[in-house]
Design a protein around this ligand. Structure first.
Ligand code: TUI
Length: 313
């Protein structure tokens, strides 16, 4: 498959693994890249030294391009920005903010920069600032989300910018990938499907919760305080939403969720931890290797184009 994104990144298939906090480590990212897509290590709130070591581990698994997702709210962001330059990663995605002030440094180091945006306005701003592409992420995604759906955001961003657009949020199989390409995307980014990859080191109880999820099983907490987070419904989200309804203070809500993603991913506490996952979790019901996931996505995308052609003619 050849798109603006496969050309830009020098990869075989226009499939990107989202840089999920606590989930996307060297092991996962490297195996996605090895299979012909591109994997992103999720720097999240980790110190720069952890990010540096993960990049080096990934390089031992594959010599294909790899990336790092930089979470802009991290207290370590400045050092992580330096580390990805020193370690010569091929690409960076950013989340939860505006990466404008780091753009020139990355460009000078020949790193491809692909900010995650949840609106047309930010997409245009990122293009002006020199971004190589944008990831247009709909509110179907897991984790920190915006307001627009993928269906509405992707075509509007595609019309608003000249740089290539990567669609994210709610994509889990070849039908979703084909649809995203039809909306004007040059690649897709998947998160939830890769949580359950065989190479994913996530606690099995977390994977089992994603595999068991139904269509209506995700909820959004934190809408009131401006940090909306999508995760799978559990005791923690029920408690959070109840407290939110009763206008409990931001500090108390923070106390409930502090370290909760780590507790779910690492310890497998799927009751009181934050089980971040997208709305597509209901569609995801098997564990496969990264190679099998990418192979199946590409085969399904090709098949669905052929199968649907007769309807349109
Ligand atoms: O970043 C994400 N998803 C994330 S980050 C994350 S780590 C975290 N953990 C606990 C609490 C909070 C964060 C988990 N999931 N997706 C990309 C994304 N970025 N979605 C939306 C945005 C975004 C939001 C606001 C981008 C820019 C923005 O504002 C920029 C501005 O200045 O207007």
């Amino acid at each position: 498959m050849k798109t603006k994104i496969t050309e830009l990144l020098g990869i075989e298939y226009p499939v990107i693994q989202g840089g999920m906090a606590w989930v996307a480590d060297a092991q996962l990212a490297a195996h996605v890249s090895k299979a012909g897509g591109i994997g992103f290590i999720g720097a999240a709130n980790a110190p720069a030294e952890w990010v540096r070591q993960e990049i080096r581990k990934a390089r031992e698994i594959t010599d294909k391009p790899i990336g790092v997702n930089i979470m802009l709210l991290s207290e370590h962001v400045d050092e992580v920005v330096k580390a990805v330059i020193e370690e010569h990663v091929e690409a960076v995605t950013t989340g939860a903010g505006n990466p404008g002030k780091y753009m020139q440094e990355w460009k000078a180091a020949n790193i491809k920069v692909m900010p995650v945006v949840a609106s047309v306005a930010l997409a245009k701003m990122m293009e002006r600032a020199g971004a190589d592409a944008v990831v247009a992420e709909g509110m179907e995604s897991g984790g920190h989300i915006g307001e627009q759906t993928t269906m509405t955001l992707v075509p509007q961003v595609a019309d608003a910018v000249k740089i290539p657009v990567i669609a994210a949020g709610g994509i889990g199989d070849g039908r979703g990938m084909a649809a995203a390409l039809m909306l004007g995307a040059s690649a897709v980014q998947l998160g939830t499907r890769f949580i359950v990859a065989k190479e994913s080191t996530v606690n099995q109880l977390y994977k089992d919760r994603v595999l068991a999820a139904k269509d209506i099983d995700s909820v959004v907490t934190g809408r009131k305080n401006g940090h909306p987070i999508r995760s799978l419904r559990n005791q923690m989200t029920r408690q959070y939403l109840e407290m939110e309804k009763n206008d409990v203070s931001f500090e108390e809500l923070e106390h409930l969720t502090l370290g909760a993603l780590r507790r779910a991913v690492v310890e497998g506490d799927v009751k009181m931890g934050t089980v971040m996952a997208g709305q597509i979790a209901g569609l995801i019901n098997k564990e496969q290797t990264c190679e099998e996931i990418i192979r199946e996505l590409i085969d399904e995308t090709r098949a669905v184009y052929e199968e649907r052609r007769s309807i349109i003619q």
